[in-house]
Design a protein around this ligand. Structure first.
Ligand code: AGV
Ligand code: CA
Length: 312
């Protein structure tokens, strides 16, 4: 049976590869895409998304909606630049003009409309901050019953998150830190949540052996696209830095196609909305229950992703 999916992403390399993979999954019908300018600039991220749908969407008509949401804690500019590079890849610019349309509605209203128009329940895949979902829920609480579940890349219960910014204590994950209030709103809903936290994504860093595997198969168009994209971001070599790239969002998206790639357990938590730990998700017995993805099968994941990417 086909599963309906709505994707909201923030234009990073692994966000755009997530879109690419959802288009290639057999039993998935992607019904819409929202783009939020968190870990990206909006225009190149919307443009690259439209081109990816043109190139790899098998002729399907899927709209891309630009978000009007703005966060509390901005992402570093260097990271936000990645969408410009993907948008400029020759592989995405061979055929013009671009056919895939930009929606007239802003992303949160586009999400509301997509859910209201769907007869079946829809799985939400959010691989950036939760702002558009929080705004949609506040504006249209009725959509909650149309949501099968939310798979969100965000949060961590580890002592160390991935935010290294002035005035912060380093305990948060970036997507939660960008808009902690939005996490709170979503936590207050009754939506089922699969939380792909840093516990699991830390197990899938970008490494040189993976890059070499993609390089060896570069004559395949899909593998070449993935290889070109992951050439733009720093791999894990001798030691981890603040910029080291993991396959955060791609792991999240892959769990939609193959749940067996990861292990989950129920935990209860709340989020710090402000102060030096803002964006931190913390375990608490009277907190909100989510399914925490805490472990990933690294080899199986990379094989799954590479097989899915392959054109032939
Ligand atoms: O915290 C992970 C999230 C994911 O959605 N993003 C990147 C992924 O798209 C923010 C982020 C954390 N560290 C980063 C990030 C880094 N070193 N480079 C770029 N983005
Ligand atoms: Ca992201």
């Amino acid at each position: 049976m086909t599963k309906k999916v709505y994707l909201n992403h923030d234009g990073g390399v692994d966000d755009l590869i997530s879109l690419f993979l959802l288009l290639k999954m057999e039993d998935i019908e992607l019904i819409g895409v929202g783009v939020i300018p968190a870990d990206c600039y909006l225009e190149p991220a919307v443009s690259a998304s439209r081109k990816i749908i043109d190139r790899f969407g098998k002729g399907k008509e899927i709209e891309v909606a630009a978000s009007t949401s703005r966060g509390k804690n901005p992402f570093p500019k260097d990271w936000r630049m990645h969408a410009f590079l993907v948008d400029a890849l020759p592989i995405l610019n061979e055929f013009k003009p671009v056919k895939t349309k930009e929606a007239t509605l802003p992303a949160h209203k586009h999400l509301i409309e997509a859910l209201r128009n769907s007869e079946e329940k829809v799985t939400l895949v959010f691989v950036g901050p939760l702002t558009d979902l929080a705004r949609a829920l506040e504006e249209a609480p009725d959509i909650e019953e149309k949501i099968e579940k939310l798979a969100w890349m965000g949060g961590t219960f580890l002592e160390k998150g991935n935010v290294e910014e002035p005035e912060h204590d380093g305990t948060a994950e970036w997507n939660a830190f960008w808009d902690p209030e939005a996490v709170k709103v979503v936590w207050d809903s009754n939506i089922k949540i699969d939380l792909v936290a840093l516990e699991s994504t830390n197990m899938v860093p970008l490494t040189l052996d993976i890059r070499d595997k993609w390089a060896a198969e570069r004559t395949d168009l899909g593998i070449d696209f993935v290889g070109q994209c992951y050439a733009m971001v720093p791999p894990l070599v001798h030691f981890q830095t603040n910029s080291t790239y993991f396959l955060w969002d791609v792991l999240t998206t892959a769990t939609i196609g193959d749940e067996g790639l990861v292990k989950k357990k129920e935990v209860k938590s709340f989020v710090h909305a402000d102060g030096p730990s803002q964006g931190k998700t913390e375990l608490s017995e009277d907190g909100r229950a989510v399914q925490l993805v805490y472990e990933a099968d690294r080899d199986r994941f990379f094989n799954y992703l590479t097989d899915l990417a392959r054109e032939n």
